[in-house]
Design a protein around this ligand. Structure first.
Ligand code: NAD
Length: 332
């Protein structure tokens, strides 16, 4: 099969290379089509997301992406936002599960964060009203709100999940989240066999900290989803282990929740598991279910064996030792 590969910045090339090795060890022959994005692309093409990269993803439909660095408060618009909007990757899906062998305050966490990926405060609609006063538009459209909630219910249906919780702040943002909530309720009516719950986002944070096992599928707008994804990653072992997917009607881009981690880039301390599991999600998406499951089993076995683990997992290993162990486990 063919798939696009974006190495990304910082630890990106280290962890995506690890993922490619594990996929190969699982017996899937992937012809990875390299596409530029991020800081290196900005230097070479004058654009951190060249049109050619979007075209390649449109052609091959699936991509594995390393994280890219986004300058804070200046320079280029976020590559991730442009990618999600440009390819209409409207749904971000992040499965958050407890992993045996990773010590955390919680056990048996098994939830999925579904985040609207194209609108809300990250629509990129900001302007200066007068010097010293700026405005950000929090865009909510009925079409996008209904689409993401329907996606969450379809996911629940396909995976036999019981509850979809819609997270919002409609008491304060009465118009924007008011519309979103109205859409969520209408879509929920269509799925009487899945329980529907609606909760204020601040309450959700409290309950996640108290007992994350209460949750099943969570669905919400863009910025809330961004924050909740990182929070949930922290519940099960951190950014190094949680995978993710950005899914549209036609294209899908798979990437970890974490960023380019410039503080550890080049030191060999990067945990490749989040990107390895994102690659497994890609395989699952294209119908290679057994290979995807094989990789997930290898991750579980590696964590349980505690061999070669990187410092974020309490080990003294490196990206290379952890990847070697994953490859060994997947090939068993
Ligand atoms: P980050 O996720 O890169 O790092 C946060 C902390 O987690 C750091 O201490 C880092 O060392 C650690 N960490 C992250 N991934 C790890 C891994 N695989 N193994 C071990 N430790 C890991 O977040 P940040 O520092 O806020 O962002 C750095 C850059 O990444 C920024 O430019 C940001 O815009 C970008 N970013 C990109 C994406 C993406 O491309 N999808 C996502 C988030 C952030």
């Amino acid at each position: 099969m063919q798939a696009v590969l974006i190495d990304g910045d910082g630890i990106g090339p280290e962890v995506t290379a690890a993922a490619c090795r594990v996929v190969a060890a699982a017996g899937v022959k992937v012809d990875w089509i390299r596409a530029p994005a991020g800081a290196a692309a900005a230097a070479d093409y004058g654009d951190p997301l060249p049109d050619e990269t979007l075209e390649l993803i449109r052609r091959y439909r699936v991509a594995l992406k390393g994280p890219v660095t986004t300058p804070v408060g200046r320079g280029f618009r976020s590559v991730n936002v442009r990618l999600r909007q440009g390819l209409d990757l409207f749904a971000s899906v992040r499965p958050v599960t407890s992993l045996a062998g990773v010590t955390t305050p919680y056990e048996n966490v098994d939830l999925v964060v579904v985040r609207e990926n194209t609108e809300g405060l990250y629509a990129g609609l900001e302007h200066e009203v007068v010097p010293g006063v700026v405005e950000s538009v929090r865009l909510v459209t009925r079409a996008a709100a209904e689409r993401i909630v329907r996606f969450a219910f379809e996911l629940a249906r396909a995976r036999g999940r019981r509850v979809v919780t819609f997270c919002h702040k409609a008491d304060v943002m009465r118009l924007s989240d008011g519309l979103f909530l109205e859409c969520a309720r209408a879509v929920a009516d269509d799925y009487p066999f899945v329980l529907f719950d609606e909760k204020a986002i601040d309450n959700v944070c409290l309950e996640l900290a108290a007992d994350p096992t209460r949750f099943d599928v969570l669905v919400m707008e863009n910025q809330f989803g961004d924050l909740i994804s990182d929070l949930c990653a922290g519940l099960v072992g951190g950014l190094g282990v949680v995978p993710g997917a950005n899914i549209g009607g036609r294209n899908a881009v798979f990437e970890a929740v974490h960023g380019s981690a410039p503080d550890i880039a080049g030191t060999g301390r990067a945990n490749p598991i989040a990107v390895v599991r994102s690659a497994a999600m890609l395989l699952d998406h294209v119908g290679r279910h057994e290979a995807a499951a094989q990789i997930e089993r290898a991750v579980a076995a590696t964590l349980q064996a505690g061999v070669g683990l990187t410092p974020d997992l309490g080990g003294s290993g490196t990206t290379a030792t952890l990847t070697d162990e994953l490859v060994r486990q997947v090939a068993r």
